[in-house]
Design a protein around this ligand. Structure first.
Ligand code: UT7
Length: 327
């Protein structure tokens, strides 16, 4: 019998062990804990060990999500993996590497690139795929921004951290994935970019290193607008008020972005949940890491209404409305 809805049945996350504080960064850079904390809300970030890869992080998070849902990898119909930092540049995809590592032999697998919005994009796609195929989907976000960060650039390197998280989605009799809205604005793609692609032919000459390049100030105001407008749209389309949302889970880019959004929405900043002080910006992994933290610390009650909201490179933006149906 085909089930009419989709729900989240398990989550998992993984953060590397190594903690790098603002003071650690200030040892080799012209910056300070005071500047970083007051401009971003970040105190520390996790940075992967040299022998860890994004796939290792994705695998650890996926195992936990599967375990929590009580599912075996062979039961998966699809793996969708969001990342800007695949183990390989393009081929093979990280999702296929994960499919092999998990021994999820019945799963199709592909990578999804929507930068920091990758998880909210993937949830929407997973929802549609599950309704069509009635099989479980593993949505994973694994990001090792430390590998594409210029550690000499104080404008960017202070912002990012490494981490991964996963969510296991199933066909359901009750409505868990209620609504998603996604958007993009390619005209502003230059605000956050990573070179080294295929617009030039391959060469035997070594290329200059490609680090993520960001126009921070311009992104900041775009981000505030995108997050505010996405929240308002989700509420309007579902005839809800902010008071009816139990947990707002925004992408963790900068606490000041959340403060500005809260001011526009006339709500306390604390309504926009944040763990950025400890994780920094883990790109598309930031929402599912926070979701897993809330789940594992017992903050989510059955039937709670969750709203996720993200913006990121591309530019991309979007959000999901989720009814929490786990006991
Ligand atoms: O998910 C990824 C998307 N990325 C983002 O969402 C980033 C959004 N933007 C931001 O979070 C903020 O714009 C930053 C945190 C990147 C920068 O904060 P800001 O308040 O916009 O600073 P600013 O770039 O306007 O720089 C102010 C000053 C400059 O010095 P002068 O020119 O005023 O003398 C910078 O050189 O702060 C200086 N500065 C720093 N000083 C100490 C920039 N970075 C640092 C630093 N430590 N790490």
């Amino acid at each position: 019998m085909s089930l009419p809805f989709v729900k989240i049945a398990g989550t998992g996350s993984y953060l590397p062990q190594r903690v790098v504080s603002n003071d650690d960064l200030a040892l080799g850079l012209d910056t300070s804990d005071e500047w970083i904390y007051s401009h971003t809300g970040i105190r520390e970030r996790r940075i992967a060990a040299d022998n860890e890869s994004p796939l290792d992080m994705a695998f650890a998070a996926s195992r936990l999500a599967l375990q929590q849902a009580g599912m075996e990898p062979e039961e998966l119909g699809m793996i969708m993996l969001s990342t800007c930092t695949g183990d390989y540049n393009y081929l093979p995809s990280s999702a296929c590497l994960l499919q092999h590592r998990l021994q999820a032999k019945n799963a199709a697998a592909f990578d999804l690139l929507a930068a920091c919005s990758g998880f909210v994009y993937a949830l929407d796609l997973a929802g549609a795929w599950i309704l069509a195929h009635q099989k479980p989907v593993l949505v994973v976000a694994s990001e090792m921004l430390s590998r594409i960060t210029d550690w000499q650039s104080r404008e960017t390197c202070i912002l990012f951290g490494d981490g991964a998280a996963a969510a296991l989605l199933l066909p359901s009799a009750e409505e868990g994935l209620v609504y998603s809205c996604l958007g993009a604005d390619g005209e502003k793609g230059h605000l956050l970019a990573l070179g080294g692609g295929c617009k030039e032919p391959a060469s035997r000459e070594p290329r200059s290193p490609s680090y993520v390049e960001m126009q921070g100030r311009a992104l900041f105001s775009v981000a505030v607008r995108a997050i505010e407008q996405t929240i308002v749209k989700i509420l309007q389309e579902n005839q809800l008020s902010l008071e009816q949302i139990d947990h707002i889970i925004p992408h963790q880019a900068n606490l000041r972005i959340l403060e500005a959004v809260a001011k526009r929405l006339q709500i306390p900043t604390a309504r926009l949940l944040s763990n950025i002080d400890k994780t920094a910006n883990t790109s598309s992994a930031s929402i599912p890491i926070l979701l897993d933290e809330l789940n594992r610390t017992g903050k989510l009650k059955k039937n709670d209404l969750l709203l996720s909201v993200a913006f990121g490179g591309g530019l991309t933006y979007g959000g999901n409305l989720i009814r929490w149906l786990k006991d």
